[in-house]
Design a binder for this molecule. Structure first.
Ligand code: PGA
Length: 248
């Protein structure tokens, strides 16, 4: 496991875009799994800029999203369908048929989970999985307690997650449930890149990097992965000790 600490959010985002761009250069038809949330916005901005300025092309690549809220139609402003179109998929040369986001509005959510997992398999598996991390250590919407063996499934969101994500919704809570790829689905990726920015992630990052590997800290599962990097800004790395806090 590698830990890189960058001075601030902008340099962390540029470094994340470097990893994606370099994967694309080596393998233009690579399969990516990608996150939503506040953290990856800078990386998406950077990738869009490189597409517009340097002709970085996503035309042959395939994208899977990590999760989607259950019960939201794909045109709901707080859906991850809309987030992705607005911030990334709609702004680069991605082929729409190679974009996959779980359908949170599917009439049979369980069947949708099976279908999604099957699509990942049919694409040949994930080459690079980019993740954020929740303040409680979640990855995707795999909340504390999620089995390391889990696959794509319907999950119940932690109350703390619902409050943190409430700003996108009317009322003071995000939806109760979501579809999330599983811990095993993530671990099966060839390479994993976790991004974290800000002091409110410092405890979760320290627990994932330096604490016990435990289902109570989902991101700690990544320590068993043979090719994982944590890309942190200084604030997110502020609770790390010793060599794990090495500046890059
Ligand atoms: P954030 O979300 O990037 O909005 O902080 C990360 C996450 O919850 O995984």
């Amino acid at each position: 496991m590698r830990t890189r600490v960058l001075p601030d959010y902008e340099t962390m985002s540029a470094a994340a875009a470097d990893v994606v761009a370099s994967k694309l250069r080596k393998k233009p038809h690579a399969v990516f799994m990608v996150p939503t949330g506040t953290t990856p916005l800078g990386m998406y901005r950077e990738l869009v800029a490189r597409h517009e300025g340097d002709g970085l092309s996503f035309a042959r690549a395939t994208f899977f999203n990590l999760d989607e809220y259950l019960g939201l139609p794909p045109d709901h402003p707080a859906s991850y369908h809309v987030y992705m179109r607005k911030n990334f998929y709609g702004r680069v040369d991605i082929e729409p048929e190679r974009v996959h986001v779980p359908d949170g509005f599917a009439p049979d959510p369980e069947a949708e989970c099976g279908r999604y997992e099957q699509e990942i398999r049919a694409a040949g598996g994930v080459d690079l999985c980019v993740l954020g991390i929740g303040r409680n250590g979640h990855i995707g919407f795999n909340e504390p307690g999620a089995s390391f063996d889990s696959r794509t499934r319907v999950v119940r969101l932690a109350e703390s997650t619902r409050r943190v994500n409430a700003t996108d919704f009317e009322g003071d809570r995000a939806p109760e449930r979501a579809i999330s790829v599983g811990m095993r689905t993530i671990s099966d990726s060839g390479e994993v890149l976790l991004l974290a920015s800000g002091a409110n992630k410092a405890r979760a990052v320290a627990a994932a990097v330096g604490g016990e590997v435990s289902e109570e800290v989902p991101a700690s599962a990544l320590r068993r992965h043979p090719n994982v990097s944590f890309l942190l800004d200084r604030d997110a790395a502020s609770a790390l000790e010793g060599s794990a806090a090495r500046r890059s």
